[in-house]
Design a protein around this ligand. Sequence first.
Ligand code: GZL
Length: 359
Amino acid sequence: MKTYRKGRALLSAAACVAAVGLVLTGCTNTGTTSSASTGSATDAAQTAAAVSGPTCSLADYKGDKIDLTQAIVGFSQSEKEDNPFRIAETQSITDEAAKIGVKKFIKTNAQSTLSKQISDINDLISQGAQVLIVAPLNSDGLEPALKAARDKNIPVITIDRKLNATACSDYVSFLGSNFVQQGQRAADQLIAGTKGTAKVAVLLGSSGNGVTTDRTSGFVDEIKAKGPGITIVAQQTGDFARDKGQSVTEQLLQSNPDITAIYAENDEMGLGAQAAIIAAGKTPGKDIQIYSIDGTKNAVSQIVTGAYNGVIESNPRFGPLAFATLKSFLAGDAVGQDIVIQDSQYDSSNAAAKVDSAF
Ligand code: GZL
């Protein structure tokens, strides 16, 4: 297997692998994530940015070499699957487990409840899981489950949200997006789309996870830096849910009738806001512009109609990258502790051509 010498460890080819057909990405130490990739069919799957920074190997983590085709693999999903992001994420992990041909694949769903995610992970361990893939609900609180895995040297790969825990000790690696950059890119889209003048309401995601924190700070800081004519008039959580996004937007439009743009920290809330704008007798995409993050077909198709203005992708298709990382790690090779994926984006210039890449 081709390897790359970087710092103190050999990075196996798989550790730098892009999910798309397992095409290798460079493993040079860029120090930062790559810039946004523009639209192409390969965006449909994830591409890992150049893996840089500290690595983790079995020797570091302790544990046994495992052949995934002989392994029991457990997957702990966090939120209920009524959101296309979660549906696509679970499907990607499930499909890749089948493609690899793992001996047994067990998946659980915590229904957006932290205590259930802890018990789900403990159940997976009691069912003999030798490897765990976890999509954390929150950045804190999973310690009891992580300890149970740690006590048995069961490797844990986290996808999507980042834990406030120690890589290569409490878990092996984080695979996910650069959420601060997503917020910055959404701000850039909004500044451009509103020609630098707008009164903005922010629909925050759920509290307690780094995605909401980072998408907010990335957006607010970019507006401060590059949008002197943009005023943020309100910030309120919609809990990443469409119905709450709609009800919160209805209230905000009543208390701030001069709102001209919405930044929603996921597409589901953005679509809820769109419904509220219509209910208020205004034209979404025109009277009030809408920008959000995820990359669902439901939102991207609205850009095509002109009733939505911009979407930054947060690609949920972790399956190929997660299993490629596990395969490399379980073979004894070093893998990145932070494997940050590149996310695409959609606007009126490319939505029609790229909507099939959405999920
Ligand atoms: C982002 C993920 C977020 C999605 C939402 O990686 O954690 O959670 O953006 C989902 O759609 O609720």
